[in-house]
Design a protein around this ligand. Structure first.
Ligand code: UDX
Length: 430
């Protein structure tokens, strides 16, 4: 089987590299020539550890190639993975224009049986639409199957998640497609679930929505912990030992962000509304997330008074560590709020950059945490980068104007920081 991966973004590039690592011949197709040139030079156009080494290895072994020539790419490959973006539209629905474009191209250029595999996160019912789009673009009848095969990889851990998944979900009504995909994934040591296309599509949304609910549950509980003087970390540990609950995704903080959770949850909420079955619990989980960062800001206000004219440091911009992704990052919301209250802001992140909308005379970006913390009246730790554990906090206390530390990720040890003379507040972490 020769494999084509359409879209060389985050999911597409990772998928292509992992398939090459499994021994398949893979071609990545994209219309963005700049991106393709980077990839052909062995460079990954985004930050994700481990991918560049794998790219170099498979460019050398000739297992991977990249092209922008759509018709040849479709003709010469048997299996076509659709990995193009499905951004949120303003109404909350996923925008399927790129998926449609790929489907129409496949219909137009296919010359033999093709298995089309949808990896992009798409609304329930998309597999059926892709089938129709392909059929409508065909000038002569040629057999094909369309399967749904959602991806569950996390940014920052993309390679290990894609190489060692917990499960493989295959949504298809075709035995031929199911057998081909099982063969393709035969080296993977994990359960393979073959189900109906719509079920597979819903599994992806339901998984992300469940994780979001879990995070918002512990975040809301952290507010009560603050009032009661109880440590939410200990509560999470105590409940997480129950295997029915599980210990992961119970880290309280200033809220989730990223490209997947917010986008997928809003698409699922929209879908549920369209079906006259609103998901009220999930809606609440989103609203808890939207207000979670404000609680830490209020703690800071209580301590230092109005933010106007105060120098506030922000450690961490990315929505989580090990990525440069700042989409929907709580740090950005905190900076926007502080700016609206006329604070002077200094920022550090090991990789992520300030977005254009935050380039402002009152916001300065520094290449070291020490520089960002000098003269600060308060610091908000917004991303749990490991490097913030090894800062010389004793020295920092001397160079800050006031040693007020608001730890939005409960990264540091409260007792240790207080021992150094800091005023320390975490999230549900007295
Ligand atoms: C997520 C899903 O985990 C992945 O399966 C899916 O394919 C894409 O969306 P990702 O967004 O890369 O992956 O990151 P993840 O590690 O899941 O974290 C998402 C957000 O939740 C981050 O902002 C993180 O800080 C936050 N989070 C996570 C918490 O606040 N508490 C936790 O306990 C766990």
């Amino acid at each position: 089987m020769d494999i084509l991966v359409v879209g060389t973004g985050y999911v597409g590039t990772t998928t292509a590299l992992v398939l090459a690592e499994m021994g398949w011949n893979v071609t990545g197709l994209d219309s963005d020539q700049i991106k393709l040139n980077l990839l052909l030079q062995g460079r990954i156009p985004f930050y994700e550890e481990g991918l560049e080494d794998l790219l170099e290895k498979h460019l050398q072994s000739d297992k991977i190639n990249f092209t922008s020539i759509t018709d040849q790419a479709i003709k010469h490959n048997d299996v076509i993975f659709i990995c193009v973006g499905t951004p949120s539209r303003s109404d909350g629905n996923a925008d399927l224009q790129y998926v449609k474009q790929v489907a129409m191209d496949i219909g137009r250029y296919m010359n033999s049986y093709k298995l089309i595999v949808i990896k992009s996160t798409v609304p329930v019912g998309t597999q059926e639409m892709v089938e129709q789009w392909i059929r409508s673009a065909q000038s002569h009848v040629s057999p094909f199957d369309v399967a749904s095969n959602p991806e569950f990889l996390r940014e920052g851990k993309a390679l290990s998640d894609a190489l060692y998944p917990d499960r493989i979900i295959i949504g298809t009504d075709s035995d031929r497609a199911a057998e081909l995909l099982k063969e393709l994934y035969q080296t993977m040591q994990c359960p393979v679930v073959v189900t109906a296309p719509k079920t597979a599509e819903l599994i992806k949304y339901a998984a992300n929505a469940f994780l979001v609910t879990k995070i918002s549950y512990i975040n809301e509980l952290s507010r009560l912990c603050d009032k009661l003087g109880v440590n939410v970390k200990e509560v999470a540990h105590g409940i997480g030992l129950d295997p029915r609950i599980g210990s992961s995704f119970l880290r309280a903080g200033i809220g989730y962000g990223g490209s997947c959770f917010p986008k997928d949850v809003s698409a699922l909420l929209r879908l549920a509304n369209d079906q006259d079955t609103p998901l009220t619990l999930l809606k609440q989980a989103v609203s808890v997330n939207q207000t979670q960062y404000l609680h830490l800001l209020e703690k800071a206000r209580t301590r230092i008074g109005a933010f106007n004219g105060k120098k506030i440091s922000i450690l961490g911009l990315a929505f989580k560590p090990d990525t440069d992704d700042i989409r929907e990052a709580p740090a950005i919301r905190i900076i926007q709020k502080l700016l609206s209250e006329r604070a002077l802001i200094s920022v550090h992140d090991p990789i992520a950059k300030l977005p254009q909308e935050l380039i402002h005379e009152s916001v300065t970006s520094f290449s070291s945490p020490e520089q960002a913390l000098e003269g600060a009246d308060a610091v908000f730790l917004c991303t749990e980068w490991k490097t913030y554990l090894s800062i010389d906090w004793v020295h920092i206390k001397q160079i800050m104007n006031q040693p007020n530390l608001f730890d939005g990720r409960n990264l540091l040890n409260a007792k240790v920081m207080e021992g150094m003379g800091y005023y320390y507040q975490g999230v549900g972490y007295p």
